[in-house]
Design a protein around this ligand. Sequence first.
Ligand code: HEC
Ligand code: HEC
Length: 245
Amino acid sequence: MFPTVLLLFFLAAQSNPAPAPPIDWAKAKRLFDANCAGCHGPEGAGGKGPALAVPILPHARTNEQLAGVIVGGIPGTLMPASWHLGNEGVMLAVAYVRKLGAGATPPKVEGDAAKGQALFAGKGGCTNCHSIGYGPDLSSIGSRRTAASLRESITDPAAEVLEDYLPVRIVTREGKMVQGMRVNEDTFTIQIMEPSGRFSSFRKDSLSKLDKRVGESPMPSYKAVFSENELRDVVAYLSSLRGEQ
Ligand code: HEC
Ligand code: HEC
């Protein structure tokens, strides 16, 4: 039996110039148990370090990033550099962590995505901004963010504001006030998009006030708008947005 398998690998290697190296899963598991499980838990369930048997690893979205985290560790945290594993060991660790992630039950979505979609377009008025570009594209947000961080974006948008979205308020010399989001700025002018989608450009020397509200988000908090159940439903809907694949 064993020689037959070897022969098959040999033949496969002959017909395919670059076969994926077969992974020795028993060896990969031993390596993980010896080097990683002490912190990340058996089967990556989590412990002193975060669970690795999850669909999304924020520090390691690609295999290159994952290998980088393993080789270099995460400075300033308990996560150690494991360069001593060597190339083969790092490759095995990457494969094993991905296997744990693939076997993980997809994130438990607590809410009802269909109801969330209705809230997104209706009561929440989210489309008012997000479908006209007054806010980022959300079509694959579910594959980039965990449910917990999506929830925070909705209840507390100012906690982490994306750099490109700076709320501004200006007053012209004639006393006209415009509030919106900075789209562009140079030494002499500033372009603003209002929540209605309207763009305006102003010469800075025509303004009596230019107030950049750093640390605020153009997006309002929905903490007091949604009930707990509605919030779950909207998060479930966002989690289901995974782009086309
Ligand atoms: C001494 C404890 C410890 C050991 C040993 C350890 N880790 Fe970690 N690891 C951590 C901690 C703590 C973090 C979270 C660091 C942070 O705060 O961002 C982490 C983070 C990670 C992350 C990033 C997770 C994410 O959410 O993106 C990966 C991937 C990872 N470890 C893989 C491994 C692998 C693979 C091994 C074995 C080769 C290993 N770790 C060994 C403690 C450890
Ligand atoms: C007034 C316009 C506006 C409305 C209404 C609005 N948003 Fe936003 N949203 C933004 C802007 C601008 C940002 C980017 C700034 C930031 O990160 O806070 C953003 C960011 C986000 C993010 C983070 C995106 C990322 O890539 O990290 C999520 C998620 C989000 N909005 C969801 C929602 C949901 C759900 C609703 C409705 C319940 C909503 N938004 C309503 C303007 C809006």
